[in-house]
Design a protein around this ligand. Structure first.
Ligand code: CA
Length: 223
């Protein structure tokens, strides 16, 4: 269940949102000023934050700026009566993901929340698994049967590229282009060296070979 924090000083609006969102099966928490909101965000994990613009103690823009500085990437949707272009830009620059003008319809808010949740899901899913080999793109970590294997940067990029393109033959030219960023005729022997290194590192943990050679063409990772 997704957790939502409402940072809003007007109790009427806060109550209304909390009730509606709870009915939609979200877990809802509230904060009534900017400082309280900041503390809660720093100490908890939320999937979406609804942030009023004008708040006592600390403005919504400032709260957002500070949580981004702290490395928190939870999506922030501003709820505000301010609707000039400058304010919108300021809000988005502070690190907000979306912007909704008061008064807004609950259905529209709900839709905006769902958009943010979908985007978050995609980014959380930057993890690719294949026959016990797991790659976490965001953390740049690779595992074989949950044991971490240490790859060089290019080995990692190469394995990630092959696994992302599972069940498709990756030609040598494509690999040079996408992994090495080389766009001209080049001795692609370097790829074999990296493929062999990858196979060895995987095999050191588990006796499998997930990268098949397609003779004269390239490589494939197959289900
Ligand atoms: Ca307010």
């Amino acid at each position: 269940m997704a957790r939502i924090l409402i940072v809003e000083d007007e109790k009427g609006i806060s109550d209304f949102l909390k009730e509606g969102l709870t009915e939609e099966k979200f877990v809802v928490e509230t904060a009534f000023d900017g400082a309280e909101g900041l503390q809660k965000i720093l100490n908890n994990s939320y999937d979406v934050i609804l942030m009023d613009w004008m708040l006592p103690k600390m403005q919504g823009v400032e709260v957002t700026r500070q949580i981004r500085e702290a490395g928190i990437s939870a999506p922030v949707i501003f709820l505000t009566a301010r609707d000039t272009v400058q304010d919108t830009i300021l809000g988005l620059r502070s690190g907000a993901n979306d912007y909704l003008k008061k008064p807004f319809s609950f259905d529209e808010l709900l839709e905006r929340i769902r958009v943010q949740l979908r985007q978050k899901e995609t980014s959380d899913n930057n993890v690719y698994t294949h026959r016990g080999v797991k790659i976490n793109q965001d953390m740049r970590e690779a595992y074989v049967d949950n044991q971490e294997i240490h790859l060089t940067q290019k080995e990692f990029d190469l394995l990630l590229y092959l696994i992302k393109n599972k069940n498709k033959v990756c030609t040598r030219d494509e690999i040079l282009d996408k992994v090495w960023d080389i766009h001209f005729e080049y001795d692609s022997g370097v790829i074999d060296v990296y493929i062999n290194a990858l196979r060895k590192k995987i095999k050191a943990v588990k006796d499998i070979n997930i990268i098949e050679t397609v003779r004269g063409v390239g490589y494939i990772v197959k289900d």
